[in-house]
Design a binder for this molecule. Sequence first.
Ligand code: FMN
Length: 343
Amino acid sequence: MTTTESVTPSGHVLRVAVIAGSRRPNRRARAVAEWVCAAAPEGAELSLLDLDEVALPTLAEPNSPAFGGYTLPHTRAWAELIEGFDAYVLVSPEYNHSTSAALKNSLDHLYREWNDKAVAFVGYGVDGGVRAVEHLRGITAELGLAGVGPAVALNVFDDFDEEGHLAPRERQESMRSRMFDSLLRWASALRPLRPAAEHRLTGQRPILHRPTGAGSADDAVRELLDSLQTGLDTGDADLYDSMFAQDVLWGSPYGRVLTGYAPLNAIHRSMMDTPVVATSRYEVVQTSAPSADLVLVHIRRLHLADAPPGGADFSEMAMYVLVRRDGQWWLAAGQNTPIRDKP
Ligand SMILES: Cc1cc2nc3c(=O)[nH]c(=O)nc-3n(C[C@H](O)[C@H](O)[C@H](O)COP(=O)(O)O)c2cc1C
């Protein structure tokens, strides 16, 4: 990724990704993207993202990207990269009257990361890439991107020399300026719609919970609740601890802490073997999903009947942290706090 930056008098910078949208060895996309980046409009930081360097495989996520919950490391890396921009310039060839498979695939991989941002188009081809750009307008609208009107259309005969090197006609530079003017105006206008941008603009605290991650967060919490409840009811410590990660951090109700599944499982086995715990019911109190692979949940454990002789009333409130790794949810940390008197 190559970055050039210029700052407005207010010091406010819009981050724009210029995406080079083809991968053939002798492609024109890279040279066109570099020409786009040479514009350096005031108030924008331009970064060239070359799809040949990103090298995304064909989309193979189990879930629709609209629901988040990306499972593959390359999807997450692409999401993290795209998330960081306010606007995009798609540099697209025309292949068979449409855009390239590489560019379409890179768009299809994500959803939320594109939402409520601005996009502009630089097409090139035998007829200026205009049919590719028209297709891209429909595709990007579906992704919640606002496509600006002014676009650049480079003709392979008129804007490249005989050796195929980029040599744009003079009017292409003014089209490039018009395109950037619209893109930056729209990117700026859309900022308040994006929680992170709103936070940067107003200094307000961000809302960390992401509604797009809520469905899989609920599934993860239900799985945890089931393993705790059934494990306790059947006296099965291994089931109780089945979602605990190898390096789980654990805080007991009375201030003791330990790290790791093995010592914790040994304690839970010995507790289950001796009737020190009263019958309990677990219930979810509140959940937050700050990212697709992270869930924070308060779970209350309510004492239901008298503890056995010599046993304890274990009513407590627990804060659990769940992390998804390779498609599976794990308990990364738990902190339990007594909500009745210590026996
Ligand atoms: C597979 C393929 C299909 C093409 N189809 C069209 C087309 O339908 N219309 C057009 O104007 N140019 C078409 N072209 C010409 C390309 O737009 C032109 O070669 C361009 O440089 C390709 O982009 P790239 O060099 O970044 O790969 C096609 C080229 C390729 C390789």
